[in-house]
Unconditional design. Structure first.
Length: 141
């Protein structure tokens, strides 16, 4: 297969897998750490209006969703890519970083979370996923 086509497929697969992991974690988060009482978190407007009720514990799963979604997507992209494996993984990180920045600009939230999320959950996780996914696994028997 043409390496350029394979790299494009790697990025598309990375974005798709990363998104599935992200949404999966977001979906189970409410069952583990219930949202604040009296807030509607089912819509963007309701979430924005409820943000002031969130405690630090309510930001654990959003951070994990962003970090692990990016990590998984970058790993998949690096595994599939024909060349430039770290670059393909970092494309995933930039994609999710832009999404995270847009999300923060729309929702607001505490500054500490915004800084932590943007600084750690995207580019570093993409690099780590790229490193893990880019290495050939050798099994000695």
């Amino acid at each position: 297969m043409n390496p350029i086509i394979k790299n494009i497929i790697a990025v598309i697969a990375g974005v798709a897998i990363g998104s599935v992991v992200n949404m999966g974690i977001v979906m189970v988060s409410g069952a583990i750490i219930p949202p604040p009482e009296g807030g509607d978190i089912t819509t963007m407007e309701g979430l924005k209006a409820t943000m002031h009720l969130f405690e630090p514990k309510h930001f654990v799963f959003p951070f994990l969703a962003h970090a692990l979604g990016t990590l998984a997507g970058a790993f998949v992209a690096a595994k599939i890519a024909a060349s430039h494996k770290i670059k393909m993984a970092l494309i995933i990180g930039v994609f999710f970083f832009i999404g995270g920045a847009v999300n923060i600009s729309m929702l607001g939230g505490p500054i500490w979370f915004s800084v932590l999320d943007l600084a750690i959950a995207y580019i570093p996780m993409a690099y780590l996923g790229g490193r893990w996914g880019g290495h050939k696994m050798v099994v000695n028997v």
